[in-house]
Design a protein around this ligand. Structure first.
Ligand code: PEP
Ligand code: MG
Length: 856
């Protein structure tokens, strides 16, 4: 391990990278570090070292410290296009320099006028960790900037040469306007870094490490240059796929540098992808689509840094905010069916009025900055705080803030709010990260799929995609950003991958499959209003999970026999004060009416942990998922629970509502709530109390389900949290998303135990977590003794069809086999095989009087 102190190379304001107006730097794709908004015009050496030659790149300078660290100083943003104008080098490539030595004179005025920003990222491009850094403070050149540490083994080899031995080789014609400057270099390096491969780029007879941004930049590769990449190692094939995705098709493919490929498996993968290339991703909204790649790069709008006067800029900002707010309100009013989209728009309306964000922007304007610059910087500092929280759900809210940043800056630049681009037919949207307003402003009829390079499965955009019924993949990595517009894609949001340019025969097969699915869906919808009976005449109730009033009527139209889970959080999140009893009662009543006389299961507030709310100052927790969550939060703030219970008890007719308690550990939790309900019954002079149930979503509650079942009226299994806590995998973790599967036998054993306990007490046992919406899981759940599922409304018709095809005794035998398997993949494989051997579902019975769902 070597440590190094870096001094500030410039005088100016030091800011975190997240505030740099360029995603490649802001997302640390080019390396970790800090940025300086310079006031001084001479760049100094941050430490002793040697100047790394960077052909034709006067706007950026790399210093290699004696310990091997490489420090890239990129003066301004988009300064490559100045072609060296405004920069006067004071040192030569290869020259040894000492700390503090003047390296480069910069014409700051020219850069401020002609480039996007003067902000200068100072980056550690050779890996390593930043141990301490300055941020949000004024610095003079020579002040402490950061302390960095690097594993000696990670130090780049300055004499990097082509990998020895055999490997893969591809030639590419560089199509980036300014050649391989910082941004494309960083994208390439970031795509290759996670792979187990040595990759060398060869240009003009010189070689460099393709996993290093600096090495790529230093080769001075121009637009139109033909360059070669050579790769060896286990992931050599994957490296070539990633490069093709970023650089376009290889000019001369398939050649190996010598003899056999380094990795025959990797080479085979490439060969089989001569026709189809596949990029893996995380499923955010299930489904399959075929369509044309439509890149939605939202080029950042350039804003002037300097303002034209404090009062003018303040007025301009206020006006722009008001305009965007009015636009958002208009959209919220016009959203068909409301639901999630309306909830998200309401959250945006709240956020845009946030006094803290406005105050921070005001401070920047007071310091002479323009309205756009001030707004952007203010939001980015909030983004930075969210990102620093390390909380994945909070980090997913970053997209909402970026969205508001863009919308206001767009208005300030003279464009109307919500200005959207026209899409081709059957568009598969590809974006680094899709912003909620972007998606909502596009013509949904043209969108058949979504694939983002970043983002998580619980981001708002994923929720909107689900509400719109659009299959979506997230976290596909930067390689998808290189797919050319118009390329035919098959987006498989069931198995989590995108196939690029499928062959004709594959296209035809997918189209036939989709046509078959559409016909099946239409048939399922026709039968959806009838109850789902198994072959052996067991009625399995299919309820809907709801998150807003607007979802209730459409759920009934899809065949919901009631609501098995109303996530009441929707009333509490993204606002400054909690809803009072009247507001809640009004909302629950409206949902009850929309459901006709069907049961409405209101889950009490499930916040805290990963769903913090502003007006509840929850204590900081090291492990929020294991802290004050769900019922624990309610019991910690009993007034909140009392108000909510009063509101539920007011819903008419009495008996339509059921009360469901989240995150229960043991009977102690139930008894406290029972006592409170008894008190309210007297106070409100009620003849009877609604049914009370508990969520089984902690391993403790599953193991103690026999005790719980004696004290409550029903059990509802929350498979999402039950898997998270049983498998010890964060449900929001994108890296673990593929393994967090509730069909894991460990989770199934707990479900089976809870179901047995409920059945022994003749209490209803339901599943309301994601497993209830998974057609493959239904036979297992029924086999384990579950007789009610609560699913996302869109899945209800299909779930009912699956139920009609089942026999409970055969399901029980299948479930017993599943419990003995080693992992979730084996369970899925078992059910797939079993299902293929089952006879098709009989047509639903036509004696509608006895079979249709009761209610209006
Ligand atoms: C669950 O955990 O399965 C559940 C239904 O609750 P939520 O997803 O709202 O945490
Ligand atoms: Mg839960």
């Amino acid at each position: 391990m070597t440590r190094l102190i870096l001094q500030s190379p410039l005088s100016g304001w030091c800011l975190p990278l997240a505030e740099v107006p360029d995603p490649v730097f802001a997302e640390r794709m080019a390396g970790d570090g800090v940025a300086i908004d310079p006031t001084g015009n001479v760049l100094h050496a941050p430490c002793d070292g040697v100047i790394v030659p960077m052909q034709g790149a006067k706007h950026a300078l790399t210093l290699r410290a004696h310990c091997g660290h490489e420090i890239l100083m990129h003066v301004g943003i988009d300064t490559v296009q100045l072609g060296g104008e405004g920069f006067e080098p004071l040192v030569q490539p290869g020259q040894a320099v000492t700390v503090g030595q003047a390296l480069l004179r910069v014409d700051l005025d020219l850069i401020a006028r002609r480039a996007r920003s003067t902000v200068t990222p100072i980056l550690l491009t050779s890996g390593g960790r930043v141990l301490r850094r300055s941020e949000h403070c004024a610095l003079a050149a020579g002040d402490f900037l950061m302390e960095v540490e690097m594993d000696a083994a990670a130090a780049p080899d300055p004499s990097h040469s082509a990998p020895a031995g055999s490997g893969l080789s591809r030639f590419f014609d560089v199509a980036f306007d300014h050649g391989l400057h910082a941004r494309p270099s960083a994208l390439i390096a970031a795509a290759l870094r996670p792979l187990d491969a040595q990759v060398t780029v060869i240009a003009g007879g010189r070689g460099g490490n393709a996993r290093s941004t600096v090495a790529l930049m230093s080769l001075g590769i121009h637009c139109g240059d033909r360059i070669e990449f050579r790769a060896t190692g286990r992931d050599a094939g994957k490296a070539m796929v990633a490069l093709e995705a970023l650089l376009g098709p290889a000019g001369d493919t398939g050649a190996t540098t010598s003899g056999e490929p380094a990795d025959p498996v990797a080479a085979k993968q490439i060969e089989s992808r001569d026709q189809v290339r596949r990029v893996a991703a995380v499923v955010a909204c299930s489904g399959i689509a075929i369509g044309h790649a439509t890149q939605l790069t939202h080029a950042e709008i350039v804003v002037a840094e300097r303002g034209t006067g404090i009062s003018d800029e303040m007025a301009a900002l206020d006006q722009a905010i008001a305009q965007v707010k009015a636009h958002l309100e208009g959209m919220a009013g016009g959203v068909e069916g409301g639901g999630e989209q309306q909830t998200i728009l309401s959250a945006h309306i709240e956020l845009i009025q946030d006094p803290e964000i406005a105050a921070r922007a005001g401070e920047h304007i007071q310091r002479g900055k323009s309205a756009g610059f001030a707004w952007r910087r203010s939001l980015r500092s909030v983004v930075d705080t969210l990102q620093a929280s390390g909380d994945l759900r909070m980090m997913e809210r970053v997209a909402d803030l970026r969205d508001l940043e863009n919308q206001v800056v767009q208005v300030l630049s003279g464009r109307p709010p919500g200005h959207a681009r026209t899409l081709p037919e059957r568009a598969i949207l590809i974006a680094d990260e899709l912003l909620p307003s972007q998606l909502m402003s596009l013509d949904a009829n043209c969108i058949v799929g979504i694939c983002t390079a970043r983002g998580g499965p619980t981001s708002h955009v994923a929720i909107i995609a689900a509400a719109m019924g659009i299959p979506a993949l997230v976290a596909a990595g930067p390689q998808v950003l290189g797919i050319a517009d118009g390329t035919l894609l098959v987006l498989n949001a069931e198995h989590g991958h995108v196939d690029i340019a499928p062959s004709d025969s594959e296209r035809v097969a997918i189209e036939q499959d989709l046509a078959g699915r559409a016909a099946q869906h239409a048939a399922d919808l026709l039968a959806a209003q009838q109850v789902a009976m198994t072959r052996d005449q067991r009625h399995i109730k299919v309820y809907a999970n709801l998150g807003a009033l607007a979802e209730a009527a459409p759920a009934v139209a899809k065949g919901a026999e009631g609501c098995g889970l109303l996530r009441s959080e929707f009333l509490f999140l993204d606002r400054r004060l909690p809803p009072d009893e009247d507001e809640q009662a009004h909302e629950y009543q409206a949902i009850a009416v929309a459901l006709g006389s069907r049961p409405l299961t209101v889950r009490t507030l499930d916040i805290g942990g990963d769903k913090p709310i502003a007006y509840l100052p929850l204590p900081r927790e090291d492990n929020p998922a294991l802290g004050l969550r769900g019922l624990r939060t309610s019991l910690w703030q009993p007034q909140l629970l009392r108000t909510q219970l009063c509101a539920i008890l007011r819903v008419q007719p009495a008996g339509q509502c059921r009360i469901l308690l989240p995150m229960v550990t043991d009977v102690g939790d139930v008894r406290v709530v029972r006592a409170l309900l008894a008190e309210l019954r007297t106070e409100m002079a009620l003849a009877e109390l609604p049914a009370l149930g508990v969520m089984i979503e902690t391993p403790a509650s599953a193991l103690l389900a026999d005790q719980l079942a004696r004290e409550v009226d029903f059990l509802s299994i929350g498979s999402n949290d039950l898997s998270q806590y049983t498998l010890a995998m964060d449900r929001g973790h994108p890296e673990l998303a593929a393994r967090l599967d509730a069909l894991h036998p460990a989770v199934l054993r707990l479900i089976g135990r809870a179901a047995d306990a409920g059945n022994a007490q003749h209490k209803e046992v339901a599943v309301c977590g994601g497993l209830g919406s998974d057609p493959l899981a239904i036979p297992i759940l029924i086999g384990l003794g579950v007789h009610e599922v609560s699913a996302v409304p869109a899945m209800i018709p299909r779930i009912k069809r699956v139920i009609r095809s089942l026999d409970t005794r055969a399901c029980a035998a299948l479930a017993q086999q599943a419990l003995e398997l080693p992992d979730a993949a084996a369970v899925r494989a078992l059910v797939e095989r079993w299902r293929a051997a089952q006879p098709p579902a009989p047509a639903p019975a036509t004696h509608e009087s006895s079979q249709t769902i009761s209610g209006e």
